[in-house]
Design a binder for this molecule. Sequence first.
Ligand SMILES: O=C(O)CCC(=O)C(=O)O
Length: 293
Amino acid sequence: MLLTTDQLNHYDREGYVVLRGFIAPDEITMMREDVVGMIDSAPVAPRVPEDSAGVPVVDPADFAFTKRSNGGYTLNRISNPLARSETLLVSYGNPRLLGAVNSLHGPHFVPFAESVVIKLPDHGAPFDWHQDGSFKTGWQDERGINFGIYLHESNERNGCVYAIPGSHKKGRADLSAMVAEHGERLPGSVPVAAEPGDVIVHSRNLIHGSFANASSTLRVTVYFGFHHVDTVRHIYSDEQIATRAHVISEAIVLRHADVRFGDEVPFEYVPPPGYRAPKTELSTALRAPALMV
Ligand SMILES: O=C(O)CCC(=O)C(=O)O
């Protein structure tokens, strides 16, 4: 087991655990450089397919924005990051990361979705209190885990994540009613600070959110989400699941072929039972829809 008993117990009891210094500094630097490049070349506003230098942006719909009170827009998320960055794809194959998923979920896991959350300096967007996903299937129990890899320091000043420990065990919460009763500081919520290289793992059922960033520092978190295959097996076809699982296998191969990581022992991924490599190209698999639950 890659995670300690204390870490596993913390995750089970509180719905999250912070893995301190989990990703090596060199890898964080590499990821940060790529993400900062993506931010610099982001569209200037929704539905504007050009960056601030007037250069056309490929797949501009990957970039999401929050409307600001002054009428402008602030970038808050980049979706499909593995299709936009080979560096992030190589990091997706990190054996420590996949080993941690294995520790928490066992070997039969598949991807849920990936995205990069961005809290720009001075006007970084807040994320309302939520539990991840839509509960649209009616399923309230195990709905997967999210790994947030911290590329920058994250604290109460620059809009770190807040969570309500233990809330992951109570099914779907009526968050509108909770906010109407208590205001934006929900009782029992705690800030979860992180340093570059830390990973905050949280249950997708955990009540969490984050406040705006009015500080002068950038905060970026790369999210990789995973499901136990049993959670999605009755909702998605074998082909849809295999297409997403294929991304894990390909990321492991790419990482092993990368001279920077050639000495690592690759993670031995066990694809879902009945898995056959999909006929689709990797580029298509990288943009296959998320396995939403
Ligand atoms: O990282 C954050 O500030 C919150 C992001 C979040 O909760 C989400 O992407 O669902």
